[in-house]
Design a protein around this ligand. Structure first.
Ligand code: ZN
Ligand code: ZN
Length: 440
């Protein structure tokens, strides 16, 4: 190995700082000295948030910290928007209104990163079960980056005009927070944004690089619960029962034909049965089986077809087996696809490529994950989400060579490379916001 990890890190930071300095003369770059000056505040907020994660819709302390930071920066702050949501508004004359979304919530994941600032938090979930909590999706990173950006916008009012809104959104992981904030008047009680922007960290890029995806970038996501009913009895006498386990097994196999045989091969679609529960013991045929599905798609007509076909097949398989009643099919959670407004996305991508170099701003293909950032577009606001590389660049290169897969968001081992991820995030948000709010 030609370089130690530390040498690579130092080299990387130097290159990063040089690249920022080189562009300091243009109106979209933020001098690295300014980023360095806010960094200690951003880092200590990040460490505090990382050590003290909170679950979806219970982000009270997190929201209070964000509100306090924004108030100190001179923002007009409103709390308890859609539950624990925070809205910070900074007005700077007439001009466009742009919102930046950062998520407040963490996940019920036991942190295994071994970091000095790892979370040891446990809490009771909504079912009353004690669970570990970790910022395994990097929402702490997004919040801290957004505060750095909010600070620099407040310090550089001569470089932009219009209204900037920091939105601290609860419960992204339960895809309910954006909807709750909109219902509570996010676009009516506050200036309605002309554009919405977000960054999300990824293990698919090294720190220092970002990617963009015009059009669909994340899928519709529907959670479906299905209960299949039978007639229970002794495992040795199946002729006296209607076995719901066999019905469930046949139903699952037939569901696989929906994507394979009913959907246009050019249209992405996924049906995954992530959970199946039925029965208690070897020799008892139960009287019901419960299944939980996640269903992914981009287009509305594909989504409708998938959901209708799941129900049609469940009902038909139960009827074929002579089940005593129709299965219960319930849509329990839904979120629309993230569609990055192509005009906005390409505009920002061109600007970011100009500021950070083409090699550092890559085009990424769409994925089948989901995010309730989609709600803001449904509310009539052109929006885009930029993916932010969060992997230590040396580790990223090593993994590329060895083919090893790196921990992704939601993994207990996911640990963003702190300083370059935070600094790049701030520089990228500043460039994107100055493009949208910049003086003509
Ligand atoms: Zn997540
Ligand atoms: Zn996330």
């Amino acid at each position: 190995m030609p370089f130690s990890e530390n040498t690579m890190n130092r080299l990387f930071t130097l290159l990063f700082v040089l690249s920022l300095t080189a562009w300091a003369a243009d109106p979209w770059s933020t001098p690295s000295s300014q980023i360095d000056a806010v960094y200690p505040q951003v880092e200590s907020l990040y460490l505090d948030l990382h050590r003290n994660p909170e679950l979806s819709f219970h982000e009270e302390k997190t929201a209070a910290k964000i509100a306090e930071q924004l108030r100190k920066l001179g923002y007009d702050v409103t709390t308890e928007v859609g539950g624990t949501g925070v809205v910070g508004v900074l007005k700077n004359g007439s001009g466009p209104t742009v919102m930046l979304r950062a998520e407040l919530d963490a996940l019920p994941v036991p942190e295994k990163t071994g970091l000095a600032y790892a979370s040891h938090v446990t809490t009771k979930n909504d079912q009353g079960v004690e669970v570990p909590v970790m910022h395994a999706c990097g929402h702490d990173l997004h919040m801290a980056i957004g505060i750095g950006t909010a600070a620099l916008l407040a310090q550089n009012k001569d470089r932009w005009r219009g209204t900037f809104i920091y939105v601290g959104q609860p419960a992204e992981e339960r895809v309910g927070g954006a909807k709750a904030m909109m219902k509570d008047g996010l676009f009516t009680r506050f200036p309605k944004p002309d554009f919405a922007v977000a960054v999300h960290d990824t293990n698919g890029l090294p720190a220092g690089k970002v990617s963009y995806t015009p059009g669909f970038s994340a899928s519709n996501s529907d959670s479906v619960d299905v209960t299949v009913y039978g007639v229970g009895g002794h495992g040795s006498a199946p002729q006296t029962t209607v076995d719901p386990i066999v019905i469930a097994a046949r139903t699952i196999v037939t569901w696989q034909t929906i994507v394979a045989r009913e959907i246009d091969p050019q249209e992405p679609a996924v049906i995954t049965v992530g959970s199946i529960h039925g029965g208690t013991k070897h020799n008892i045929i139960p009287d019901e089986v419960h299944m939980q599905l996640t269903v992914r798609s981009y287009k509305d007509e594909v989504r409708k077809h998938l959901l209708a076909a799941i129900e049609r097949i469940a009902v038909a398989e139960a009827a074929a087996a002579g089940a005593p009643k129709k299965p219960l099919v319930q849509l329990t959670d839904s979120v629309g696809a993230v569609y990055n407004d192509p005009q906005l996305t390409n505009r920002l991508a061109e600007r970011l490529q100009q500021v950070f170099g083409v090699a550092n701003v890559q085009l990424e293909r769409p994925m089948m994950w989901s995010d309730d950032f989609a709600e803001y577009r449904s509310g009539g606001v052109p929006s885009t989400m930029i993916e932010l590389g969060a992997v230590n660049p040396a580790k990223f290169q090593e993994a590329k060579k060895s083919g090893e897969s790196l921990p992704s968001p939601h993994s207990p081992f996911f640990a963003p490379d702190r300083e370059p991820s935070l600094k790049t995030g701030i520089a990228v948000e500043m460039a994107a916001l100055l493009e949208l709010l910049g003086k003509p």
